[in-house]
Design a protein around this ligand. Structure first.
Ligand code: ACO
Length: 429
């Protein structure tokens, strides 16, 4: 008769233990009873990069990396990308259900009416160097917002939590667009509440001297879809940073700044920027085989390929590939797409990539679309990712705070340094 337990025999002592198995996991703390003697701390697991450790129970996002499945609150990403909007998806992630018409109107109204940022933010934006990377500006400005909303520290107050959620979703595009305008030396363009969330973001990015900016509906929808695709991805590096900092009960602005800082890294949200640089460096389809050779000798990585969780085609990359064609109808074809498609074709036939199950991830094609769309500069790619990921970070933060199992994040280590030794005065060294 099978039981939901795991029997362990410690061959160091000959003792046996029976640990409960719940949801396909054992509690790491249950291993601590496995000791060689009274002065033994107890057995731990060693898991750099947390490749096989569940840090929480979560009802937000489901991924089956082997099958290439991604669902938010049970809804397949393909259906949301086709039928939902970014703000509706944000509601779904944060509240758990799709909104009624009235609920959605209220939600959109509340977010739309928090898009303006305090004028003092403009002043410190001016203090950044003229060529400051907009992601660095974004990270710092999100952190600085906590000083404008000191009540955000009241993380146990649901009313305060909801206010900060509205503010962060609403102000992310404003901060992002202002960071861009600072970089290129254009005057800041203020939010236009008559436009959609994404239409307004395009307005704040690209409005020049026209009285009213009219976003192209195809580009507006394509960017909205891209935001939906990036909205959450369970316990990735930046979300773990959000939860890690949030577990110390920091305010959500500080926690989200940490999450955005993690996203800035080239192995995470910075990858789409790297993909474009790589495609430009390759330059022509003829140069692809030589580049693949360098990848296989581990001289360079094929950016936009591989994923910790997906060992199959990333479903988001599939949707982005389709969206690219719609965008090119408006903008004209980005020639980098041909190099990307050929690179993908060659890589997917090569044993190196097949054996390691390396497929295109979300970043492989997103940069090409961003570049084609009114010429977002590469520096803005991780910032666009951060706007899309904001509701996911906040949903995970909110879930963390209501989860009674959660405690301050504090991993253990295996100490490998020197044993106790006597301090030597500097004159005697
Ligand atoms: N190009 C070439 N080889 C790769 C790549 C790649 N992009 N990704 C993994 N490999 C190889 C590794 O060299 C390793 O080979 P080895 O066993 O011979 O040493 C093997 O595949 C396993 O790779 P790991 O680095 O152990 O895989 P891990 O799960 O730790 O890393 C990661 C995942 C960081 C995404 C990795 O695939 C990578 O660096 N990709 C490129 C960067 C990128 O596109 N990041 C975006 C991820 S998606 C996102 O964050 C939104």
């Amino acid at each position: 008769m099978p039981t939901n337990t795991l029997s362990i025999t410690d061959n160091r002592t000959g003792k046996s233990y029976e640990l409960p198995v719940t949801d396909g996991t054992i509690k790491a703390a249950d291993l601590r009873q496995i000791k060689t003697g009274d002065d033994d701390f107890g057995l731990m697991t060693y898991d750099p990069g947390f490749t096989n450790t569940a840090s929480c129970r979560s009802a937000i996002t489901f991924i089956d990396g082997d099958a290439g499945i991604l669902r938010y609150r049970g809804y397949p990403i393909e259906q949301l990308a086709e039928q939902s909007t970014f703000l509706e998806t944000a509601y779904l992630l944060l509240r758990g259900e799709l909104p009624s018409k009235a609920e959605l109107e209220r939600w959109v109204h509340d977010i739309t009416h928090h898009t303006i940022i305090h004028e003092n933010v403009r002043k410190f934006l001016d203090g950044f160097r003229y060529d400051a990377h907009p992601m660095g500006v974004f990270v710092s400005t999100v952190a600085a917002l906590s000083t404008f909303y000191p009540e955000a520290k009241r993380i146990d107050d649901e009313g305060s939590r909801q206010s900060q959620i509205f503010r962060l979703i609403a102000k992310s595009p404003t901060v992002a667009a202002f960071a861009y305008r600072h970089m290129i030396g254009m005057p800041y363009a203020y939010p236009d509440n008559e436009l959609s969330y994404t239409g307004n973001f395009l307005n704040m990015m690209f409005r020049a001297t026209e009285v009213r900016y009219k976003p192209d509906p195809v580009l507006e929808r394509a960017l909205d879809v891209l935001f939906i695709l990036h909205a959450d991805h369970e316990q990735n590096c930046s979300t773990s940073a959000m939860r890690g900092v949030g577990s110390a009960h920091s305010d959500p602005y500080s926690a989200m700044a940490a999450a955005a800082a993690a996203l800035y890294g080239p192995l995470h949200g910075g990858a789409n920027e790297e993909v474009l640089r790589m495609l430009r460096e390759i330059g022509t389809a003829q140069a692809i085989p030589a580049f693949i050779k360098r990848v296989k000798t581990h001289e360079v990585r094929l950016m936009g390929f591989g994923h910790r969780v997906y060992k199959n085609y990333d479903p988001r990359a599939k949707i982005i590939k389709q969206t690219a064609d719609e965008v090119f109808e408006v903008t004209g074809r980005n020639p980098l797409i041909d190099i990307a498609r050929e690179l993908e074709r060659i890589a997917l036939e090569d044993d190196y990539f097949v054996e390691r199950k390396l497929y295109p991830n979300v970043d492989f094609y997103s940069g090409i679309i961003y570049e084609a769309m009114r010429f977002f500069p590469v520096e803005m790619f991780p910032v666009l990712f951060a706007i899309g990921r904001t509701p996911g970070w906040l949903a995970q933060w909110h879930e963390l705070l209501l989860d009674k199992d959660q405690r301050i994040a504090r991993p253990r280590q295996i100490y490998t340094g020197a044993g106790e030794r006597r301090y030597v005065p500097i004159t005697a060294r």
